[in-house]
Design a protein around this ligand. Structure first.
Ligand code: NI
Length: 182
């Protein structure tokens, strides 16, 4: 396993769509190594998730995990979830604004509208088909990470760029204002 270099905003790899992983290659050592490295890198940098684009690999693979996370102290826990070739479908029209950050946009936070519930269809790291319904923070992270696989970053989803804040100012102004956050 290895901690990989994370691409920052401006690197073209963040703006390119990732390619689907052939199902027969999911269990191949190369794919398994990518998954392990994504997990290790996400944990090293306290990410809530990490997409392969962010480590310079255009494959539709992302990982999500939220435990005790100093970057998201208010966030509910999400168990480790490996997502390959995702299809995300909103369940209903309801959206909610919540704060997001991104390891590729260091030290920033912004308020982003996301669907409050989504259906996620994908494969797991064993190549098994997954079909689940996610709500609230888990739904938000799924939308954020799968956007990465389509070359989209959270800034593109912001409706009001005036909420974009440096983390040091955000900690002073917003931390604990639960009515605005997840
Ligand atoms: Ni991100």
């Amino acid at each position: 396993m290895a901690i990989l270099k994370v691409a920052r905003l401006g690197h073209p790899v963040l703006r390119q769509p990732a390619k689907a992983v052939p199902v027969g290659e999911i269990r191949a050592p190369e794919t398994q190594r990518l998954i392990d490295d994504l997990i290790e890198t996400m944990r090293e940098y306290d990410g809530a998730g990490l997409a392969a684009n962010q480590v310079h690999t255009l494959k539709q693979v992302c990982v999500i995990e939220v435990l005790e996370n100093p970057r998201y102290p208010d966030a509910p826990h999400v168990p480790l979830t490996v997502v390959i070739n995702p299809v995300v479908t909103p369940l209903g029209d309801e959206m909610e604004a919540g704060w997001e950050g991104c390891l590729s946009v260091p030290d920033m936070r912004g308020l982003v509208e996301r669907y409050t519930a989504v259906r996620l269809q994908c494969y797991d790291r064993q190549g098994q088909h997954v079909d689940l319904i996610a709500k609230e923070f888990f739904a938000r992270v799924i939308q954020h990470e799968t956007d990465h696989l389509n070359g989209i970053v959270y800034l593109d989803r912001m409706r009001d760029l005036s909420t974009l804040a440096h983390i040091a100012e955000w900690n002073k102004q917003w931390l604990g204002t639960r009515e605005h956050a997840d």
